[in-house]
Design a protein. Structure first.
Length: 99
């Protein structure tokens, strides 16, 4: 499992985005980052919006609770999620990795 960092604002973790994929899905782990396949192209913030929507849907939280803390113009991003505890995030991510 990837390292999850818990703060007072929520949790954060690293994501490596693979844009223009066939479907939106967690595609595995690359180093210390979650590999995220997205159908969105990497133009005009569409991939960033897709990252936010993916994790908001996964954790069943509002989109405003998901932010990209760093890496907005890079494939390597740090995602911050407010309102989700580390144990819950670990469980949800582990379930998605298995499927």
């Amino acid at each position: 499992m990837i390292p999850l960092h818990e703060t007072a604002k929520g949790i954060s973790f690293s994501v490596k985005v693979h844009p223009r994929a066939r479907k939106n899905a967690i595609a595995g782990i690359v180093g210390d980052a979650l590999k995220l396949a997205l159908t969105a192209p990497p133009v005009e913030g569409k991939a960033n919006q897709a990252v936010i929507e993916f994790f908001a849907d996964l954790f069943a939280i509002p989109r405003s609770s998901v932010t990209i803390a760093s890496g907005e113009t890079s494939r390597n991003k740090t995602v911050r999620i407010a309102g989700v505890s580390k144990p819950v995030a670990e469980r949800k991510l582990a379930e998605k990795l298995k499927s």
